[in-house]
Write a protein that binds this ligand. Structure first.
Ligand code: 7UC
Ligand code: FE
Length: 293
């Protein structure tokens, strides 16, 4: 197994057979993803069942709370697709196009995410974009850092609810209430400690972070605007380009991400598996797990 760091953050991993990972290799890859924040594998060819089995070696694969995202045979696979599978609509098209960290809006966020592109538009135009939130915190102006230290933010995904056929003729407020019954949002520290590395990271995103808790609304909006501008500077963004056989693995405690989307009319499909890695997302947060194997 060879791990070659990229510039700034992330690493490319080669010379490893993802179909037959040993416990020693899994342990090394977990260390590597905590170290480098993002790992990119190439030439991986895993049938769906083997993909789930591989992910299970890293922890407990998640079942996304909205079942219409699920792969028809494997509920642990979250399908992002605008292409039918066996003639049927599968998953959801156009997911994750906003900056976010997976399951940030739940009391127990998702530590690790695998993404495997399955249908890739030609020309390297499709990918996943990442920002290192440890570096973004490190580079924050002192006054801004001071203003957010010790605060918590409210995280909510309701504005990204994807309307379904069953929603026809229903009011937006009703759909939002229904979403909030399952996913009411969550408060998390604005700066989180990594449970396994001596690092701190910003834990906000322009997709899901709606407000800083307990301060006047105008102040909260102004601070968040400043934070997002500092975080989303183009030079911070690293793109992992999708190509056939690619597999991404990242640490949601240290990076945020978004999908590049694709050109109108281009086919795209990817399979995500989220993994609970057995460690609290940040120290003090209980691991209740959504421990359905
Ligand atoms: O459809 C989507 O963009 C899914 C998003 C609202 N949530 C992904 C997650 O795990 O946080
Ligand atoms: Fe995501």
């Amino acid at each position: 197994m060879k791990i070659v760091p990229r510039q700034n953050f992330g690493a490319d991993v080669t010379d490893v057979d993802m179909r037959a990972l040993t416990a020693v290799q899994v342990a090394a890859l977990k260390e590597a993803v905590y170290d480098h924040k993002l790992l990119v594998f190439r030439g991986v060819d895993l049938p769906d069942g083997e993909y789930v089995a591989m992910a299970r070696k890293f922890g407990v694969p998640q079942r996304y709370f909205q079942t219409h995202y699920h792969h028809p045979q494997f509920p642990q696979i979250f399908v992002s697709s605008n292409v039918p599978l066996d003639g049927q609509k599968v998953g959801v098209a156009g997911t994750g196009r906003m900056w976010h960290s997976d399951y940030q809006f739940f009391p127990e966020p998702l530590p690790l995410t695998f993404v495997m592109p399955k249908i890739v538009p030609p020309g390297g135009s499709r990918g996943t974009l990442f920002v290192d939130l440890v570096a973004a915190l490190r580079d924050l102006p002192a006054a801004l850092r001071e203003a957010i230290t010790g605060t918590r933010c409210f995280q909510d995904a309701v504005y990204y609810y994807k309307v379904q056929p069953k929603d026809i003729d229903r009011g937006i407020a009703e759909l939002m209430d229904e979403f909030h019954r399952e996913a009411p949002g969550a408060l998390h520290p604005t700066i989180i400690d990594h449970p396994l590395r001596k690092r701190q990271a910003l834990y906000v995103s322009s997709g899901f972070t709606l407000r800083i808790d307990g301060i006047p609304h105008e102040r909260s909006q102004a601070l968040l605007r400043e934070l997002f501008a500092a975080i989303e500077q183009p030079e911070r963004v690293q793109t992992a380009i999708w190509e056939p056989g690619a597999l991404l693995l990242w640490d949601n405690r240290q990076v945020m991400h978004r999908s590049s989307g694709q050109m109108h009319g281009q086919a795209s499909r990817s399979y995500r598996i989220g993994v609970y890695d057995g460690t609290p997302f940040y120290p003090g947060l209980p691991v209740t797990g959504e421990v359905q194997p």
